[in-house]
Ligand binder design. Structure first.
Ligand code: PGA
Length: 256
């Protein structure tokens, strides 16, 4: 069985002290739910302190992006070597990075390969825009993003990869995709793309999250779908109670 994974993407929220105070309050509440993998992704500035505060709690830490070079003259960027020992996961290809920070399928692929080379686990975000959704292009766009992100990644590395299906029209809008729709893209488009690339065993073993306006009220519905293995959560991950309810709902829906 695929272990559910819920990751909180804090985006550009919370100062250093707010981040530490938050995880200190969160950790004891999430402690009982060891059957669910729980991850928080703070800003770079809070990463080391949050990682330190979460030591021994079983809650993992992720970064929100990474550069593909090991070091170099890349003002503002953070190298994978610098994240080793601090972050276990790296969100790569988030639609906000694609929209505002020139992230492309090519840079996503470079970041995925660099992360794996340094023992970091990518959470690869894919998803179509509203225009693409309305034009019926979802399968083609999402399948293409998955293929591009994984170009040159071998099957042995797929155990270290998580994919997040995040329709752009559902992120931060309050307009979530229906659980059935999300499950059909995840179970249909994404797993069949993985099947084409790596065969059925890999396709069935990779964990795939849904993301986009996930909240305590709709979490159980998503997690009751057979192909949805977790969530990448923005807004609702910024409140201790909401995040706790999400983890609780995941455990309940999967009966674990
Ligand atoms: P949201 O964000 O939960 O606030 O919609 C999800 C994401 O961007 O990962």
């Amino acid at each position: 069985m695929r272990k559910p994974i819920i990751a909180g993407n804090w985006k550009m929220f919370k100062t250093l002290s707010e981040s530490v105070a938050f995880v200190q309050e969160l950790a004891p509440k999430l402690a009982p739910f060891i059957s669910v993998e729980r991850v928080v992704c703070p800003t770079y500035i809070a990463l080391a302190a949050v990682a330190d505060a979460l030591k021994g709690t079983g809650i993992g830490v992720g970064a929100q992006s990474v550069h593909w070079e090991a070091q170099g003259a890349f003002t503002s960027q953070v190298a994978p070597t610098m994240l080793q020992g601090l972050a276990e996961y790296i969100i790569i290809g988030h639609s906000e990075c694609r929209a505002y920070l020139n992230e492309t399928d090519e840079t996503v692929n470079k970041k995925v390969k660099a992360s794996l080379a340094y023992g970091l686990k990518p959470i690869i975000a894919v998803g179509e825009s509203l225009q693409q959704y309305e034009a019926g292009e979802t399968q083609q766009v999402v399948g293409g993003q998955v293929r591009a992100a994984l170009s040159g990644v071998d099957a042995a590395n797929m155990t270290n990869i998580v994919i997040a299906y995040e329709p752009i029209w559902a992120i931060g809008t309050g307009k979530s995709a229906s659980a059935e729709l999300a499950n059909s893209i995840i179970g249909g488009t994404i797993r069949s793309t993985l099947n084409d690339l790596y065969g059925n065993q890999v396709a069935q073993s990779v964990r795939i999250q849904y993301g986009g306006s996930v909240k305590p009220e709709n979490m159980q519905e998503y997690m009751s779908q057979p192909d949805i293995d977790g969530a990448l959560v923005g807004g609702a991950s910024l409140k201790v109670n909401d995040f706790t309810l999400l983890i609780e709902a995941a455990a309940k829906a999967k009966g674990i």
